[in-house]
Design a protein around this ligand. Structure first.
Ligand code: FPP
Length: 248
């Protein structure tokens, strides 16, 4: 698609009604590679390019939070060589993109059991989060070693410890309090959840937070996902009527 088409599509967006928080399940790297008779790792490498495109697009348009499902708790069970390749890609992404994040005002955050990550990823991750913590442009939130049920379990454990230690009374436990104990504390809930590759599952992603998210599923494999298709989805989001269970 040419840049004229891109400009035309973006012009149709109402920038005052963008989703504040976009969450993406980036699926299909393996199938993309398989279709091309390539190694699965090549699919992840191509997928990392799509990550850069989506981050840039969200930042340029003014999306405030972008959460990417980069590595699930279940992904640890993939072949060792694939896990290692994904870790290398993450390290390279953090090293290469941190200067860009500093330049463009992106704040990096992570959700999940990040202490499970090898030091080659954990160190640059912590360094990048520290360096970018005062940025206010957009939050790029990476879900790493992340599982929604595990996140909720950790929150319940911490809440019960705080009740036991007299820090809070059980009577104050409500939806807002629970949200504040999740890894996403302080972030708005996603308005838009997208999954690529034709699968129509949530796969343990942001289970609590997506209560009212608008769902989008596309057959496009993540490495083939383009800026134009993303803008099309944002346009479709703006056509939907969000009632939150009420009557408009
Ligand atoms: C799912 O595709 C994708 C992943 C498990 C990893 C996502 C990682 C990236 C997009 C690249 C690195 C990330 C960053 C943030 C730089 P799959 O392998 O399950 O695909 P398949 O279902 O076709 O096998």
């Amino acid at each position: 698609m040419n840049s004229k088409k891109q400009a035309d599509l973006t012009e149709k967006l109402d920038l005052s009604r963008l989703p504040v928080h976009v969450a993406i399940i980036m699926d299909g790297n393996g199938r993309w590679a398989q279709k091309k008779l390539m190694n699965r790792v090549t699919g992840h490498e191509k997928g990392a390019e799509t990550v850069r495109m989506v981050v840039k697009t969200c930042r340029e348009l003014g999306v405030k939070v972008l959460t990417l499902y980069a590595f699930s708790t279940e992904n640890w069970q993939r072949p060792k060589i694939e896990v290692a390749a994904l870790m290398t890609l993450l390290r390279k992404f953090l090293e290469n993109e941190t200067p860009e994040m500093l330049k463009t005002g992106i704040r990096l955050r992570a959700i999940g059991e990040i202490d499970m990550l090898p030091d080659s990823v954990l160190s640059p991750l912590k360094e990048s989060m520290k360096k970018t913590m005062d940025n206010t442009g957009m939050t790029l939130n990476l879900a790493l070693s992340y599982g929604g049920r595990a996140e909720i379990s950790r929150a319940v454990k911490r809440i019960s410890q705080d009740v036991k230690n007299g820090i809070i009374d059980s009577s104050v436990v409500n939806e807002d309090l629970i949200s504040g104990y999740l890894d996403t504390a302080g972030m708005p809930d996603p308005d838009l959840l997208l999954r690529t590759s034709g699968e129509k599952r949530i796969s343990n992603f942001l289970l609590w937070q997506i209560a009212y998210a608008e769902m989008f599923f596309t057959d496009t494999l993540w490495p083939d996902f383009t800026r134009d298709e993303f803008v099309d989805i944002l346009l479709e989001y703006q056509r939907r009527n969000r009632t939150y269970g009420k009557v408009t």
